[in-house]
Ligand binder design. Sequence first.
Ligand code: C2E
Ligand code: CA
Ligand code: CA
Ligand code: CA
Length: 276
Amino acid sequence: AKEHGKGHYQAFVEEMDSAFRYRQRLKSDLAIAIAEGQLQLVYQPLVELGTRQVAGCEALARWTHPELGTIPPDVFIGLAEETGLISSITKWVLKTATAECVHWPDAISVAVNVSARDLRGEDLALHVAEALEASGLAPDRLEIEVTETALIEDREGAAAKLEVLAAKGIGIALDDFGTGYSSLSYLHGMAFSKLKIDRSFVAGIATSERSLKLMANVARLGHDLDLVLVAEGVETEEQLEIIADHTNIDQVQGFLFGTPLPALETRALIARMNQT
Ligand code: C2E
Ligand code: CA
Ligand code: CA
Ligand code: CA
């Protein structure tokens, strides 16, 4: 039994060690990934509930590692925050997403995710301005998505930075709403134009009256504050129907309307969904 225990410990150490080395490897490879074009953007539509037309698309980053294959953003965005590479990634995402958005009809906007470190650093406003300038995209067609967690560390500083962007007409969305700590307090004194209700709420609405009530009341509150309300993670027709019948949610996003798609396929999807 003793040997058995030691074996487990040894395996544990080796596993930890290899997980650590895996992360180290990814960190150093990420630096060249941007330069060598290993990152791509895919887009997921936000659909206006009333018209079933595409109102905007969220840009989501993908990394295809030449040897290790697909690395999910939940992994490499975190690594990029640790190394400071996130600033270059966000710069690239802004540039790529705005350049793509000009190919969409005027009514359709593009949303870009920014991280905690972007909000602490000094580059974001510059990178946004450069992307808008290079693409010629109108500022009101760009939206920046931030999570509550990204606002925790330096709330005042983040609020000031978002205010500058909002003053230019750029939309600011509070992402994953309902998963953070003091959710409602973030609605004070912040320049939000949109609230994206986290998919954990949507997951419950078909089976739980309480989830539905929560969602309907968050939507009511958000509308009182003049926010556009989005339900994330809509996967079934049933969820869509419940949302349409029992809440005043404006837009929905989720696998029901497809998984995120590469640029050209997104253009085709928009043409299909927004034809009149
Ligand atoms: P997020 O911003 O909340 O993005 C939505 C995530 O939910 C995406 O995962 C999307 O594919 C997934 N999703 C969409 N519809 C559904 C659905 O109906 N059901 C379920 N279960 N999932 C759905 P993805 O692309 O893997 O991104 C994960 C997270 O990584 C994002 O969460 C975001 O926080 C981060 N991320 C992705 N791209 C970027 C980026 O360019 N910059 C930064 N800073 N973060 C990014
Ligand atoms: Ca997002
Ligand atoms: Ca989200
Ligand atoms: Ca309704």
